[in-house]
Design a protein around this ligand. Structure first.
Ligand code: GSH
Length: 447
């Protein structure tokens, strides 16, 4: 067994993968459901940037932020756009969603979302946009959080915060009504129950299910998540929110303000969909939300490849595939003692693990027929036992299980010597504190 000892507390020594590709494309750290990240992705999408091609998208689990994100921006929020040294402006980190939107739209703003034109009218529109975004990011978000995440704010009066957020939504509703009246659109429908009926019809049509009532709106608002392929590939222009008619917050054309606010109003609705839908004085806003959420641009950024389901796997961490029931037992017992499928730590002497880039092969080889498998993301710095990078033991499989006796090392094809591939081995129990994340494993888009 070839040995390579890795001092536990020095992640720089971890054989790596850890280095970022030099001269690479910008990296976007994102979280699929985060409203700030959604607005940033919207602007990047309309500016024509494609994840996987023009930028690298790294989906983040907020409970396990990768060290690469924290090194780029210590405040640890998403979205973060890390622009590489080879770009015109040199290495830069943008860690505010609005800054990312501005960066994207500076490159390309096909719908003139920023209203950059000269003259007093454009200047007035820019002032309105700034005020709307400020109101959203300030008071509206404040009340939204205290209504939506009541558990995090035990002393907050949920009802009062909902009412305060609704008061702001009514202002935006009035703005949309005025915009509709000014553009001659929607006036009659908005004034009555017509808008509601239209919403339901649109929801039914778009969902292709003839749905109606509140259930239909639920489907409609979530449709981009549920039916991403249809929405994103229906041939509509994915660079705008405005392929369906407004009114929008600034009039007949969508703007930065619509893109910046929509994900937050979506969150408000999702906290209590039937309550939001029952607000009879929010018809214009309900319609605006529906149109925004069913637009192709929004569908595109909520679906893969923008809206990844699986967190990015940092090369700074190591990974272990556990049988779901064995992980559940470990949680009850306080630490994890399995080496691999069918073998205990005591039998083998260490716990098998994989680097991010080894995970899919390990799964295919040893766990494909295992039933529910839980992926443990492990922070090597939190281990209490030594971690060593070693080849698979002689005559054993990497996963160690008898009866599947084929060395994982033997399949290393990327210029590696047969059997020379190094795997992380943990020489002692795995403390629960070292497990940053435990999630059902699916091959998905694993390498
Ligand atoms: N002002 C920031 C706010 C970003 C923000 O708060 N994002 C949330 C997720 S929606 C976050 O990352 N929170 C950190 C955490 O929950 O640990 C921006 O506009 O980008």
């Amino acid at each position: 067994m070839a040995l390579e000892m890795v001092p536990m507390m020095d992640p720089a020594m971890v054989p790596a993968m850890a280095a970022q590709r030099p001269g690479a494309v910008p990296i976007l750290y994102s979280f699929r459901r985060c409203p700030y990240a959604i607005r940033a992705r919207l602007a990047l999408q309309v500016a024509g940037l494609r994840p996987g091609l023009d930028l690298e998208l790294r989906e983040v689990a907020l409970r396990a932020k990768p060290p690469e994100l924290l090194r780029a921006s210590a405040k640890g929020t998403v979205p973060v756009l890390q622009i590489p040294a080879n770009s015109a402006q040199g290495p830069t980190v943008l860690d505010q969603s609005l800054a990312i939107m501005a960066w994207a739209l500076e490159r390309l703003d096909p719908g003139d979302w920023q209203r950059l034109g000269p003259g007093p009218e454009a200047a007035e529109q820019r002032r309105h946009m700034a005020a709307l975004i400020e109101q959203n990011d300030g008071p509206f978000k404040y009340h939204l959080d205290r209504f939506k995440y009541a558990g995090r704010y035990p002393t907050a009066e949920t009802g009062e915060h909902r009412a305060a957020a609704l008061a702001i939504l009514r202002q935006w509703n009035r703005r949309l009504e005025q915009a509709g009246a000014a553009t001659g659109e929607m006036t009659r429908e908005i004034a009555g129950a017509g808008a509601r009926k239209m919403n339901e019809e649109m929801a039914g049509k778009a969902a292709g299910k003839g749905a109606s009532g509140d259930g239909a709106k639920e489907i409609a608002a979530e449709m981009p998540d549920e039916m991403p392929q249809e929405m994103a590939s229906d041939g509509r222009d994915c660079t705008d929110l405005g392929s369906l008619r407004g009114p929008w917050l600034l009039g007949e054309r969508p703007s930065l303000a619509d893109a910046a606010l929509l994900p937050f109003v979506r969150q408000f609705r999702l906290a209590d969909p039937s309550g939001f839908d029952a607000e009879s004085d929010l018809n214009a806003l309900q319609r605006w939300l529906h149109i925004g959420m069913t637009s192709s641009a929004m569908a595109a950024v909520l679906a893969p490849p923008w809206g990844l389901r699986q967190p990015w796997r940092s090369p700074s961490w190591i990974y272990h595939l556990a049988l779901a029931e064995e992980w559940q037992a470990a949680q009850r017992q306080g630490s994890y003692h399995r080496s691999t499928r069918g073998l205990s730590l005591e039998q083998v002497g260490f716990i098998h693990a994989s680097r991010a880039d080894q995970l899919a092969a390990t799964y295919r080889r040893f766990y494909g027929d295992a039933g529910p498998v839980t992926l443990l993301t492990i922070d090597p710095q939190r281990l209490t036992a030594p971690l060593r990078y070693e080849t698979a033991p002689e005559g054993k499989t990497e996963a160690g299980a008898e009866g599947r006796a084929e060395k994982v090392g033997d399949e290393s094809s990327e210029g590696g010597e047969k059997g020379s591939e190094l795997f992380p081995h943990i020489y002692g129990p795995l403390p629960l504190e070292a497990v940053l994340n435990a999630e059902p494993f699916a091959l998905g888009d694993s390498p």
